[in-house]
Design a protein around this ligand. Structure first.
Ligand code: PBG
Length: 326
């Protein structure tokens, strides 16, 4: 570069904290964080999740106590996962009026009407086999039959008070089916946050322990994406937007920052990135062993997701980070 201008010294802008704060390009805002929670039946339950230190399975009364912090820290929203009492082939608790999520939604809405509640829509927490849909005799997930169930679950959650419906199952055509079902029930104001590019990832392992939803046979590779592909993320996202997705998502986040960047450039839609369980537990484990310092590592990780182009960050570190940012 020989611009003819006086020597440009990027370090000048780093010469003091005042100045570097002023020219900082990316900053974290807790009102754009979503904190996930695992909700279970019972009373006074706060059960540690072994593979996710400092995360718990909460009964509803305990969850309500936690949410005080969400409100005080001005966290943007919460994402609820159900740990049901009853599992079967048809995931019947997921669309029951007395299901764990439906019950939690009513309680949360009662006490915290201002907290945005996102509900994950998928069958794997509720099926006896742990797959994300209805399975045929060969163990293959039946796409079109599953759609009927996903629509039923979504309507049930929206009626119980969910603010945003977030399908994570990766069946083809699910956003359209869910949109139509919501509209038919006059729930046209409920937005869909679609897990539009969800990769088949090793980083979900701790979550599967937390929600007890590991597939009992096979894997999820017939419906989740191959991590070698990013063109496919564009296609999957374009299809979801076409079908009515209001918010798009990349999941996981850290190994997919390039995908976040590409999608944000390609689509003018709010984009959420899911900083998944394995990404959380990696830092927790390293910090516990004294291999790195948790606080700066968390802020650097979350900032990198934002810098790549995410508008919304879903992270188990939401509360932790919001406290650091205070
Ligand atoms: C359900 C679902 C999963 C996650 C979110 N929703 C597990 C999976 O697809 O196997 C993973 C979230 C995380 O790892 O934090 N389909």
């Amino acid at each position: 570069m020989n611009s003819g201008y006086p020597l440009i010294r990027p370090r000048r802008l780093r010469s003091s904290l005042k100045i570097s704060n002023l020219v900082r390009e990316t900053s974290l805002d807790p009102s754009k964080f979503i904190m996930p929670y695992f909700v279970t039946h019972g009373k006074s339950v706060k059960e540690p999740i072994e593979t996710m230190p400092d995360q718990f399975r909460y009964s509803i009364d305990e969850l309500l106590k936690e949410l005080k912090e969400v409100k005080n820290l001005n966290i943007g929203g919460i994402l609820l996962f159900g740990v049901p009492e009853h599992k079967d082939e048809l995931a019947s608790e997921s669309y029951s009026d007395n299901g764990i999520i439906q019950t939690a939604l009513k309680a949360v809405k009662d006490e915290y009407p201002d907290i945005a509640v996102v509900t994950d829509v998928c069958m794997c927490d509720y099926t006896s086999h742990g797959h994300c849909g209805i399975v045929d005799e060969n163990g293959y997930v039946k796409n079109d039959e599953t759609l009927e169930y996903l629509a039923k679950i979504s309507v049930s959650y929206a009626k119980a008070g969910a603010d945003i419906i977030a399908p994570s199952d990766m069946m083809d055509g699910r956003v359209k089916k869910i949109r139509e079902a919501l509209d038919d029930e006059s729930l046209e104001n409920i937005p869909i946050m679609s897990y539009s590019s969800k990769y088949a990832s090793a980083f979900y392992e701790p979550f599967r322990d937390a929600a007890d939803c590991s597939p009992k046979f096979g894997n999820r590779k017939s419906y989740q994406m191959d991590y070698s592909n990013s063109e496919e993320a564009i296609l999957e996202t374009a299809l979801d937007i076409d079908e009515g997705a209001d918010i798009i998502m990349v999941k996981p986040a850290l190994s997919y920052l390039d995908v976040i960047y590409r999608l944000k450039k390609s689509f003018k839609r709010p984009l959420a990135a899911y900083n998944v369980s394995g990404e959380y537990s990696m830092i927790k484990a390293a910090a516990k062993l004294g291999y790195l310092k948790e606080e700066p590592a968390v802020l650097e990780m979350l900032t990198s997701i934002k810098r790549a182009g995410a508008d919304i960050i879903i992270s188990y570190y939401s509360i932790y980070a919001a406290k650091l940012l205070r």
